[in-house]
Design a protein around this ligand. Structure first.
Ligand code: MG
Length: 383
C-alpha cells in the first residue's frame, strides 16, 4: 500500500532538560528525528512532511541533511493543528495511507510500518499499542491513592498511527476547534470509524524525560560486552639518575634502558588496552625499528591505544597496573602515578589503580637486573 508520513516535531520538548528540544538532540551520533525518517524511508514512504515550530527550519535542515522526499510545514498551537497542517501539505496524489508519527519515538522500524499497513487492509485506521502490564492507581492532590481502576482491556497508544488518507482528512475536517485530542486515533474514533489495535513495541516509548533519553541511548547503542586485556613488560636497569614509571619521573640511582623512555608501567598498560580490543601489541603500532619513537614519551603510546579503543566504539571501564621491583620504592609516588594515568586516559581516579610488589629478592627483579610491570584493562565495546 502506498503511503505518506507526517512527523510531528512541533513540541518544544520543554519537559526535558537542556536548551535543545529532544527531537534535535543526537542519539548515538544521529539526531533523534533522523532515526524515524530513515526508518520510514526504508519502509517505502513516498512523502514525508515534518511539522515544525516556526524558526526550527535550520534545525530540520541540519538533522535531515541528505535525506530525500521530505518537506516541512509550520505547526499550530495544539497537536491537532499540527497534524491538520501536515495533511494539507501532502502533495502526492497516489498515497492511500497516511502514517502520523511523533518525532520523539526514534525506534520505529519497517516491520512496524508493515504491520500497520497490513491492518489497513481490513480497517480504516490502525495504531501501535501495548496492553497495560502495570496496576493502575488514581491519586489525589496529595499523592494518596484514591482507587485502583481495572486495567482490563486498556492499551497504551503509541505511534506511528496509520489511517486511510480520506478517512483521516474527513475526521480532522469534522473536529471541533475546542477539542484537544492527544493522538490521531481519537479524531477518527469521534466520527464513528473503528480503529484497530496492532501490537506495539516497548522501544517505541516516547522520549519525554531526561531518564528516557538515557534509556534510548542504551537502546541505540545496542548490546555491549565487556572485554579484558592484559599486558606485561620488563626493562633492564642501566646507568642514570631518574626513571619514568606510569608517566611520572622519579629520581633514582639508575634508569631503565629502552628505545623509548622505557616506562614499563605504561608499556604494559598500553598492551593491555590493545589486547582488550584485539589490536595487536605496542610493537605493531610503535616499531622499535622506527627512529621516530627513539626516546619518545610513552604517554603517546597510551593515548594512542585509548584512541583506538574509542574508535572501536569502546569505553575503558578500569585499569590496574602492578610494578614489580625492589627499588625504587613506589609507594610515595603511587598517587601521582594514578593521577597521571587517569589524566592520560580521561578516567575518574577510582577507575585507575597502580600497585607495586617486590619478588622477595628472587628472580631478575629481585636481583635488581631489571623492573617488570603487568597490567589489566577492561573495556566495554559494542557486541
Ligand atoms: Mg617496554
Amino acid at each position: 500500500m502506498r503511503f505518506a508520513a507526517i512527523i510531528v516535531a512541533a513540541g518544544s520538548g520543554a519537559r526535558i532538560g537542556g536548551e535543545l528540544a529532544k527531537q534535535w538532540r543526537p542519539l548515538a551520533g544521529r539526531p533523534v528525528i533522523r532515526w524515524s525518517f530513515e526508518a520510514l524511508l526504508a519502509a517505502g514512504a513516498e512523502q514525508l512532511v515534518v511539522v515544525l515550530r516556526p524558526g526550527d527550519e535550520p534545525l530540520a535542515e541540519a538533522a535531515l541533511a541528505g535525506l530525500p522526499r521530505w518537506s516541512s510545514v509550520h505547526g499550530g498551537r495544539f497537536r491537532a493543528d499540527s497534524v491538520r497542517a501536515g495533511l494539507e501539505a501532502l502533495t502526492i496524489g497516489g498515497a492511500e495511507a497516511v502514517l502520523v508519527h511523533d518525532a520523539a519515538r526514534p525506534f520505529v522500524t519497517a516491520a512496524h510500518v508493515t504491520a500497520l499497513l497490513n491492518a489497513l487492509q481490513t480497517a480504516e485506521g490502525a495504531i501501535l499499542a501495548l496492553p497495560l502490564s502495570d496496576t493502575l492507581k488514581r491519586g489525589d492532590g496529595e499523592r494518596r491513592i484514591v482507587d485502583t481502576p481495572s486495567r482490563e482491556r486498556l492499551w497504551r497508544a503509541q505511534t506511528p498511527q496509520a489511517f486511510r488518507r480520506e478517512t483521516l482528512v474527513r475526521a480532522y475536517a469534522s473536529l471541533p476547534a475546542d477539542v484537544e485530542p492527544t493522538d490521531d486515533a481519537q479524531v477518527v474514533e469521534r466520527i464513528g470509524v473503528p480503529v484497530a489495535l496492532v501490537p506495539g513495541d516497548p522501544r517505541l516509548n516516547k522520549i519525554t524525560y531526561e531518564e528516557d533519553f538515557a534509556m534510548a541511548e542504551t537502546l541505540a547503542g545496542g548490546a555491549r560486552i565487556t572485554r579484558a586485556g592484559m599486558g606485561f613488560d620488563a626493562h633492564r636497569w642501566g646507568p642514570g639518575a631518574s626513571v619514568w614509571l606510569c608517566g611520572v619521573e622519579i629520581a633514582h640511582t639508575q634508569t631503565l634502558i629502552g628505545h623509548s623512555d622505557a616506562d614499563a608501567g605504561l608499556h604494559a598498560l598500553t598492551d593491555a588496552l590493545l589486547g582488550a580490543i584485539g589490536q595487536g601489541d605496542i610493537g605493531d603500532h610503535f616499531p622499535p625499528s622506527d627512529p621516530k619513537w627513539r626516546g619518545a614519551s610513552s604517554d603517546r603510546f597510551l593515548v594512542h591505544a585509548a584512541e583506538l579503543v574509542a574508535a572501536a566504539g569502546g569505553r575503558i571501564v578500569n585499569v590496574d597496573v602492578t610494578l614489580i621491583c625492589e627499588q625504587p620504592k613506589i609507594k610515595p609516588h603511587r598517587e601521582a602515578m594514578r593521577a597521571r594515568v587517569a589524566e592520560l586516559l580521561a578516567l575518574p581516579l577510582d577507575r585507575v589503580s597502580v600497585k607495586a610488589t617486590t619478588t622477595e629478592m628472587m628472580g631478575f627483579t629481585g636481583r635488581g637486573e631489571g623492573l617488570a610491570a603487568q597490567a589489566i584493562a577492561t573495556v566495554e565495546t559494542p557486541a
